[in-house]
Design a protein around this ligand. Structure first.
Ligand SMILES: Nc1ncnc2c1ncn2[C@@H]1O[C@H](COP(=O)(O)OP(=O)(O)OP(=O)(O)O)[C@@H](O)[C@H]1O
Length: 260
């Protein structure tokens, strides 16, 4: 069993951090009076992988929707300084009649990229997510993991500064999920985007992130923040180390405390 990598910043860089997201005192109250979020402070820089865990219904998806611009804060300031935003949901949302390649090209097309640039971006993204050789397949011929790879590739064509993930691997079996965790870490290290990742799995949160945030029950706000001390070269064995177990235990504890 290999020891965890020494404590290090996730992406070793000496350049000043580029802030891609800054929430100050954000609240969201819906018209029916439901207060989903209250007093949320959150910053994400490029090169940071920030995961939010919290009890069901605490406002995690609402937080992500505000970050994506699909929803707006009802109080406070939600600032996103990203030219391009990637968005991956639990459902891969592929168009069933388009091939893998055509699905991956979709966002680039919608963003008005030229045919040549779209083609190249799609081929690069397909290569990055390991779908080479499957370009012509229709979504129905793909496994759940392959669909998620195609969904990831579709956003990668935009080379996002900020990537938003709403439980992207929640519906996958454990082996596929862990494999995709590793692939996403590799993409993150290669591309250096900022990430906001939502999951119900504490283990996934600790394994993937540079920082884990724990939300309280509704109205959701951040009750605890954990800097993750493991470097970018994480391998599955990390999950079996005492350091990992200790941190995961602390996050679980904070989750239970925030819940009560
Ligand atoms: N459009 C809406 N109108 C009224 N209430 C809403 C609306 N959207 C979400 N809510 C409520 O706001 C709260 C937060 O919802 P949200 O989906 O953000 O939670 P979540 O933490 O992502 O939940 P889960 O972990 O179960 O996916 C919930 O109580 C939900 O019912």
């Amino acid at each position: 069993m290999s020891a965890p990598a020494p404590a290090a910043p996730s992406t070793a860089t000496t350049a000043p951090a580029t802030r891609v997201l800054e929430f100050t005192d954000v609240a969201r109250q819906f018209p029916d009076g439901t207060v989903a979020l209250e007093g949320v402070h959150l910053t994400i820089d490029r090169g940071e992988f920030v995961t939010v865990v919290g009890p069901s219904g605490c406002g995690k998806s609402t937080l992500l929707r505000i970050a994506s611009g699909l929803d707006a804060a009802s109080a406070g300031t939600a600032r996103v300084d990203a030219q391009r935003i990637g968005y991956v949901f639990q459902d891969a949302t592929l168009l069933p009649w388009r091939s893998v390649k055509k699905n991956v090209e979709l966002l680039a097309e919608l963003h008005g990229m030229s045919k040549t640039a779209t083609n190249q971006a799609a081929l690069d993204a397909i290569e990055l997510v390991g779908l080479r050789g499957h370009e012509k397949k229709l979504p129905r011929a793909l496994s759940g993991g392959m669909k998620m790879r195609a969904s990831l590739a579709r956003s990668l064509t935009l080379d996002p500064d900020l990537f938003l993930f709403d439980e992207p691997f929640g519906a996958l079996d454990e082996i596929t999920r862990e494999r995709l965790n590793d692939e996403l870490i590799r993409l993150f290290v290669t591309k250096g985007f900022g990430a906001l990742f939502i999951t119900h799995s504490v283990s996934e949160a600790v394994y993937m992130s540079t920082r884990v945030l724990v939300m309280s029950g509704r109205p959701g706000h951040i009750v605890e923040s954990f800097q993750v001390p493991f470097g970018p070269d994480r391998t599955p064995e990390l999950r079996f180390t005492p350091e990992f177990a200790k941190l995961a235990g602390e996050v679980s504890h904070a989750l239970r405390e925030g819940h009560s």
